[in-house]
Design a binder for this molecule. Structure first.
Ligand code: HEC
Ligand code: HEC
Length: 276
């Protein structure tokens, strides 16, 4: 009788060598995958998959997308199917992330885990809103230039005290933008936390925090100068509770003006990530 023993053990050694190399070497960034293993979710409607998917979503995605998936620091995922995205395209987005945005790649997630998360999200999917989109983007752009462009950049033009908004319409749910503009938010985008430094002579410098360690702090002041300061030379370094962005209440921006500005922001695509 022929024995397969030696063959098998050669294969095992080779496999172990590959695994060993993979574990010991610096982990290379996996190349983005360009094709999903299936065009439609093979686990859709599967109860066990949905349950696992919920757990995965809560541990890996909810920080940004919200426990209800309606978007905190991210778009509203209950609308992705209504907006025309496909299972396959969503699979690739979850695996590869959206390059150059906060949406991370999940290259280590198994294919079946990605499908589980999508099976769970499918249970939260909402139909497309039947309300026609509100607001006039042209007037929004005019208002934006007058009220916002001094601190924000869009497609390379504008101020730098606040974050670039060229992709904000894809990156945030509408409600999140509205809350931020009205000033009803207490958390700040990392790199833009408000800070006040009080010098020994009592003079205060306001700005946003770019970097901080035990001994020093680097800020961009309200004149957009980036400066580093040694903390022990300062009387006080205080994290402010109010954003460097002024709140735009109804006295500064009426409800219909707000609709126009948000509509304008929603037309911005920044750069095209060619998603399906
Ligand atoms: C660190 C924050 C963060 C985490 C964690 C995160 N996302 Fe995202 N996600 C984003 C942002 C921001 C975007 C929008 C990127 C853009 O287009 O500018 C996004 C976009 C998406 C999109 C595309 C939405 C659309 O409108 O096409 C999907 C789908 C998605 N995320 C799913 C997930 C899933 C599933 C997880 C967990 C496995 C996850 N995300 C984890 C921040 C995050
Ligand atoms: C004086 C400067 C300033 C002005 C004027 C200003 N902003 Fe901001 N904005 C900021 C700063 C700084 C941040 C980041 C800190 C934070 O999140 O509060 C920010 C954050 C934002 C965000 C959230 C970005 C994110 O990543 O989620 C949006 C949306 C926004 N601004 C829109 C606007 C709009 C619309 C206007 C005009 C109506 C405006 N801003 C006017 C400074 C400004």
């Amino acid at each position: 009788m022929r024995t397969f023993g030696p063959v098998a053990s050669v294969a095992t050694v080779a496999l172990l060598a590959i695994l060993g190399a993979g574990l010991s070497a610096q982990q290379p960034t996996p190349a983005p995958i360009t094709k999903a293993p299936a065009a439609t979710n093979p686990l859709q409607g599967d109860e066990a998959a949905i349950k696992y998917g919920m757990g995965l979503f809560r541990s890996r995605c909810a920080d940004c997308h919200g426990v209800d998936a309606r978007g905190v620091r991210s778009p509203d995922l209950t609308q992705v199917w209504a907006s025309g995205r496909t299972d396959e395209g969503l699979f690739l987005t979850v695996k590869n992330g959206v390059p150059n945005t906060e949406m991370p790649a999940n290259a280590r997630m198994f294919d079946h885990e990605v499908w589980q998360v999508l099976a769970y999200l499918r249970t939260l999917a909402a139909p497309a809103s039947t309300d026609p989109p509100r607001g006039n983007a042209e007037n929004g752009q005019r208002l934006y230039r007058a009220n916002c462009a001094s601190c924000h950049r869009v497609n390379g033009v504008g101020g730098r005290l606040g974050p670039d908004l060229s992709r904000i319409g894809s990156a945030r749910a509408r409600d999140a933008m509205v809350r931020r503009i009205r000033g009803a938010v207490e958390d700040f985008r990392p790199g833009y936390e408000p800070v006040t430094l009080t010098q020994d002579n009592g003079q205060a410098i306001h700005g946003v925090k770019k970097n901080e360690d035990l001994f020093s702090v680097q800020i961009m002041d309200t004149r957009e100068r980036i400066q580093g300061y040694e903390k022990d030379k300062m009387k006080e370094v205080a994290n402010d509770t109010k954003s460097a962005m002024p709140p735009f209440g109804t006295d500064r921006l009426s409800a219909s003006d707000l609709d126009d500005v948000v509509r304008y922001l929603q037309t911005l695509r920044g750069f095209d990530t060619a998603v399906k």
